[in-house]
Every structure is written in structure tokens, then in C-alpha cells.
Design a protein around this ligand. Structure first.
Ligand code: FAD
Length: 399
């Protein structure tokens, strides 16, 4: 059986869905292959839109893309909510990054200096000023950075809204694993699903998150260098009597580990996240939960009073430079939209726009050009003929 479209997107996480939605809006016939579209890492993610507080040394190029996406967020969610009839939980609430001891404070001071050198807005506060903003903070807080531009969205609701928007825009679903990419005369022509269904398309987008490097049939020199980076997350509930528990996202580095608390309007409080290089393991461990609760408790002692409602682990699609791979590959007809690592929720709007521009026959927009997959191409651009042998595609989604 063979089914045809203009664009086939392999992977229906938030990145595949936003690509499909935006491409369909351009008038393209789009299909998505995924056994469970709308799942993936977004089921776990905290949803911080943290272009400023997530700034790291050496990631100044990525900062430009992050800021471009953060800027698009208000209009993006307004359009998505109108198209889907669903709310996304977007909150323009800002972020407070605090320090608990002298070392943490020195680290935060350095981050502040880097932010200022990069032209970003953030304000240094004393411990007392931090506690005035967030009275639930521990009395020992030594200082902090107030970043009013780093907001949040609820990734589960974002994914659900994208699913509906895709449906309403006429995107077709294939609820199965893509087992291999089809390549005819050195051009990607579609994919074969695990049940043998052949999907053909003029253009294929590989948006399979941390599994993007595992699709059989993709030539070795085109295969994205993406790896899974495990993150464990807790969800607590703030009873009405305690509200507002926190007014904005609060984060810190506690003895070298990052911890954040993201308060949603519906009373959910997300505490995250571990960062572990353990392959496709998604076990929630006692150690992971313990460390998150220990660090979060040092920051906001009152959290131990709250009901713990969910523990979950997911996989960030990490890339060698922590930045995404967007746009055409050396194999004609094959595009990548993957490797968004710890910023995939933030980068959803700009990814959709960049991918749709390319799929509609245009160029990668300037802001996305540094993230072409060609930056990882081998120095000698050999003919992309040596393909990845078939691998065992997991029947269960790894999140
Ligand atoms: C703990 C944690 C916290 C995070 N916090 C934040 C945050 O605060 N802010 C932020 O911006 N980002 C955050 N992220 C990162 C963000 O969640 C990811 O970057 C983003 O969700 C990646 O989306 P994706 O669509 O590329 O991949 P995924 O979500 O992994 O989706 C890939 C999809 O492809 C499908 N698939 C895979 N292989 C195949 C195949 N062969 N055939 C068909 N379908 C296939 C899968 O079923 C899945 O649905 C966090 C991630 C984690 C794990």
C-alpha cells in the first residue's frame, strides 16, 4: 500500500507537529508518521522559555535563535490558540535565578556579566529583594537575578493544541513507526512503516527527537548526530489555600546541580530536572527524585508540604553543540528538524517558521542559517550512498 503527500514528517513531537502545521498553512499536503503524535519529551518538559537564564558560555549563536523564538511566542500562542480552540498555558511571569551560598553567588554574578555583555536584560537583587518578590524562598538566599523576559508555557497543552491545529489544517496521520527512509536514485522519496505501509512524499522531514539518528536507510554522512539526554522531573500540586505559592519560575544551581520550580496557573508545580547520559533509559530513580526534592527544598522549604502527584523521565534530543539541526541535508529531499536539546519548547515557533519556509521552496531564514545540518557534514562530501542498516525500532515510545 502506498500513500503520497508533498511532505512527510517522521515524528510527531512538538517539533514535528509545528513543522507539519506551518507547512500545511503554506498549502502543502502534509502527513505525519508517529505511533503516538503529541507525545515525546513535551510530556515531561517543564516548558521554561528561558533564552536569558539558560545562556551558557559558547552558546552565543544559539542565543540569537532562542531570542528570536522567545520574541515570537506571544503571537505564536495567540494564533495557535485561535486555530485549535485550546489554551496553551502560556504565562508571561518572568524568572528569578537565585544563589544559596557564596559559590552559587559567584556563579550567578558571572552569568549576569555574560548576560550584560550579550545585551540581555537582567537585574541583580539582594537576598532580601528576592524574598520580597518570592516570600516562600529560603531565608538563606544570598542574591539573585530577576529576568522579566523568561516566561513559560505548558508543553502538554502546547502539544495538544498543535495536534488539533494540524488536524484542522488537514494534516494526515499515520499511526506507526517509520522503519526506514526510502531513497531512490540518491533522493529521499518517503518512508516505510513497521507494518509495511509505504509512504511517498516529495520531501521528508526527520523530526524524531532523540531517535533521529536511528532511522534505517539514512546515509551515514547525513545521519544527525543526536543523542538522548535523560531528564527526571517531578510534578506537585499547590492546594488553593497555599496559592500563590510562587509567582514566577524560580531556579538555582545547588552544589553544581541545576534545579528549577515552574508554577503553572492551574496549581501544578514542576520541579526539574536531572541531566543524565544513560542512553534510552527512562527509569525514574529514587536517587533522581531524592536529589530534586533535596535541592528544591533548600530553595523553597515549603515544598515538602505539597502533594507529589507525578514523577517522570524523558529524553532531550542532544546535539554536539547543543543547538538544533534545521533544514536541508546533503541528501536531496531530506530535511532535519531535530537536536533541540533543552530548548525544544522555546524553539518551537522559530522552528515551525524556518522549516515551512524551506519546505515551501524558499531559503532557511537568516536567523536559522547557522543551524543547517551541513555544519556536521564530513569534510570530504562523499556521495551519500552508505546507508544506516535497519535497526530495531522500539515498539514503545521511550518516554
Ligand atoms: C526533563 C526535560 C525538561 C525539559 N525542559 C524544557 C524546558 O523547560 N524548556 C524547553 O524549551 N525545552 C525543554 N525540554 C526539551 C524539549 O522537551 C525537547 O527539546 C523537545 O520536546 C523535543 O521535541 P521533538 O519533537 O524534537 O522530539 P520528541 O519530543 O522526542 O518527539 C519525537 C517524536 O518522534 C517519534 N518518533 C521517533 N522515532 C520515530 C520513528 N522512527 N517513526 C515515527 N515516529 C518516531 C516519537 O514517538 C516522538 O513522538 C525538556 C526536556 C526534558 C526531557
Amino acid at each position: 500500500m502506498s500513500r503520497t503527500s508533498d511532505v512527510l514528517v517522521v515524528g510527531g513531537g512538538i517539533i514535528g507537529l509545528v513543522t507539519a502545521w506551518r507547512a500545511a498553512q503554506k498549502g502543502l499536503r502534509v502527513a505525519v508518521a508517529d505511533p503516538r503524535p503529541g507525545g515525546g519529551a513535551a510530556r515531561v518538559a517543564a516548558g521554561m522559555l528561558a533564552a536569558v537564564t539558560e545562556l551558557h558560555y559558547g552558546e552565543e549563536t544559539l542565543l540569537g535563535l532562542n531570542l528570536a523564538s522567545a520574541e515570537r511566542y506571544p503571537a505564536f500562542v495567540a494564533e495557535l490558540e485561535a486555530a485549535s480552540g485550546q489554551e496553551t498555558g502560556y504565562r508571561a511571569c518572568g524568572t528569578l535565578a537565585v544563589a544559596l551560598d557564596t559559590d552559587d553567588r559567584a556563579h550567578l554574578r558571572e552569568l549576569h556579566a555574560l548576560q550584560r555583555r550579550s545585551g540581555l536584560e537582567s537585574q541583580w537583587l539582594t537576598g532580601r529583594e528576592c524574598r520580597r518578590l518570592e516570600p516562600m524562598l529560603a531565608p538563606g538566599v544570598r542574591g539573585g537575578l530577576r529576568v522579566d523576559g523568561d516566561h513559560q508555557v505548558d508543553p502538554r497543552r502546547l502539544a495538544a493544541a498543535l495536534l488539533t491545529a494540524c488536524e484542522r489544517a488537514g494534516v494526515a496521520w499515520h499511526h506507526g513507526w517509520a522503519q526506514s527512509l526510502s531513497v531512490v536514485r540518491e533522493r529521499a522519496t518517503g518512508a516505510v512503516l513497521a507494518d509495511g505501509t509505504e509512504l511517498t512524499a516529495d520531501q521528508v522531514v526527520l523530526a524524531a527527537g532523540s531517535l533521529s539518528g536511528r532511522l534505517a536507510g539514512v546515509p551515514q554522512d547525513v545521519l544527525p548526530p543526536v543523542r538522548p539526554v535523560k531528564g527526571q522531573v517531578l510534578r506537585l500540586t499547590v492546594p488553593r489555600a497555599y496559592a500563590p505559592f510562587l509567582n514566577r519560575t524560580v531556579r538555582a544551581v545547588v552544589r553544581g546541580s541545576h534545579v528549577y520550580l515552574v508554577p503553572r496557573e492551574n496549581g501544578e508545580l514542576v520541579v526539574g530536572a536531572t541531566s543524565e547520559e544513560l542512553g534510552w533509559d527512562t527509569t525514574v530513580t529514587a536517587g533522581g527524585v531524592y536529589e530534586l526534592l533535596r535541592d528544591a527544598h533548600e530553595l523553597v522549604p515549603g515544598i515538602t508540604e505539597l502533594p507529589l502527584t507525578e514523577t517522570l523521565a524523558g529524553l532531550r534530543p542532544g546535539s554536539p553543540d547543543n543547538a538544533p539541526l534545521l533544514g536541508p541535508t546533503a541528501l536531496p529531499g531530506l530535511h532535519l528538524a531535530t537536536g533541540h536539546y533543552r530548548n525544544g519548547v522555546l524553539l518551537t515557533p522559530v522552528t515551525g517558521d524556518a522549516m515551512a519556509a524551506v519546505l515551501a521552496g524558499g531559503e532557511l531564514p537568516d536567523v536559522a542559517r547557522p543551524f543547517s545540518p551541513l555544519r556536521f557534514a564530513p569534510a570530504s562530501t562523499a556521495s551519500p550512498s552508505a546507508a544506516v542498516p535497519p535497526v530495531c525500532v522500539p515498539q514503545e515510545q521511550p518516554v
